[in-house]
Structure formats: C-alpha cells, structure tokens
Design a binder for this molecule. Structure first.
Ligand SMILES: N[C@@H](CCC(=O)N[C@@H](CS)C(=O)NCC(=O)O)C(=O)O
Length: 203
C-alpha cells in the first residue's frame, strides 16, 4: 500500500494510527499541502479531489476520505476497532460522520488557519463562530467521556482513533484549551499509553 500524506495532517494521522494498531506496513509519500503539492497535474491524476490522505492499495484500487479509509482497513483486517454488532457499529459510524460535520471544520480547520499562516479577512470573520462550534463539540465529547471510557462505549474503536487525531492537537494555534475538558484529557492520555501508539509527526 502507498499512503499519500502530509505528516501534520490529522486526517492522514487517522490512517497512520489505524495501520499502527493493525500492524500494517505501507510506503509513505509526503506532500507539502501549503505549497500546493496536491494540486499538481500528477497528483490530480491520482486523486481528482486534490487532497491527502489518499491510499493506493496493492490491488490497484485507490481510496480517499480518511474515515472511509480507516473503515476499509478495519473491515478488511477484521479488527475489533469496528464492532460486528449492527447497533454498536452504528455508534462508531455516528462518531465518524459527526467528526466530519461538527468537529473537523471547527477544530482542524481553525488549527490549520492559525498555525500555517492561512488567515484571510473572510476566515478571520468566521473564527468566533467556528471556535464556539468547536467548543460545543469538545463539550459533547467531554460529557460522553464522563460516562464511558471510550467514545462509542467501553471498548476502543475507530471512533477514538478518528477523534483523537485532531482533538489532541486542538490547542495548537491557541484557539482551544483542553484544560476545560478533563475527561478528554484523561482519554487522550489513555490513548497515548496504548502500546501501538505513535505521535502525529511519525509514521
Ligand atoms: N474529508 C477529507 C478531508 C481531506 C483534507 O481536507 N485534506 C487536506 C489536509 S488535512 C488537504 O489535503 N488539503 C490540501 C488542499 O486542499 O489543497 C478527509 O477526511 O480525508
């Protein structure tokens, strides 16, 4: 497998973490998204969406969208990261869909704007609303984690890998303070203690 990625990306990190958990090896091809390296003709021929992460399988098939990729990997390797019971599985899907709509646009996008010199007047005007929505997302996670060890219950699943990726770096850029969310902090530490854990800057 070849993973096309940018190491600071939480979306790419979801795949690196899933592969680490599953013990899968892959070739890494790195792109600097701040220099438009995913917008070249050569990259667009591979992935017309012009974004990392992007996984080329040995079969010749290719996949984009981080959460589709981690679902594919967990199902293919029959991992307990995705429960087989339909209701428990739906709980995992729920967090993955929620992440893309209610978490990633507020936490990941704001981190990128503030840490990669990507602020414009328009983005600046959107910032207060995005930060309010991001804090609402963190509060919801914190409340869930007050009741359960992990997001989808008491077993670690793809929901945790998916949401760990951008939550643990939410403070980068200064928009969010994780000290307001003690249950999230406990959960972050418990994931960092897993024997398969790798930091975001690694593969
Ligand atoms: N929904 C997609 C988002 C992918 C995405 O936004 N990728 C960003 C980096 S995290 C990117 O490649 N941006 C470069 C660009 O748009 O030119 C996923 O979950 O994989």
């Amino acid at each position: 497998m070849i993973l096309h990625d940018f190491l600071p990306s939480g979306n790419g990190y979801k795949i690196r973490l899933t592969c680490a958990h599953l013990g899968l090896s892959y070739e890494l091809k790195e792109y600097d998204i701040t220099k438009g390296e995913t917008r070249t003709e050569a990259f667009l021929a591979l992935n017309p969406n012009g974004k990392i992460p992007f996984l080329q399988l040995d079969s010749g098939h290719s996949l984009s969208e981080s959460n589709a990729i981690i679902l594919y990997l967990a199902e293919t390797y029959h991992s307990d990261l995705l429960p087989s019971d339909p209701l428990q599985k739906a709980e995992v899907y729920k967090w993955l869909f929620w992440e893309q709509y209610s978490h990633e646009p507020n936490i990941a996008a704001v981190r990128f704007w503030l840490t990669h010199n990507a602020m414009t007047k328009l983005k600046e005007s959107m910032l207060p609303e995005r930060i309010a929505q991001g804090n609402a997302a963190l509060k919801l996670m914190d409340e869930q984690l007050a009741k359960h060890t992990f997001l989808a219950g008491d077993q670690l699943t793809l929901a945790d890998i998916c949401l760990f990726a951008y939550t643990h770096v939410a403070e980068e850029g200064g928009a969010y303070q994780l000290s307001h969310y003690p249950n999230i902090q406990r959960w972050i530490e418990s994931i960092q203690k897993q024997e398969w854990f790798i930091p975001i800057s690694q593969r």
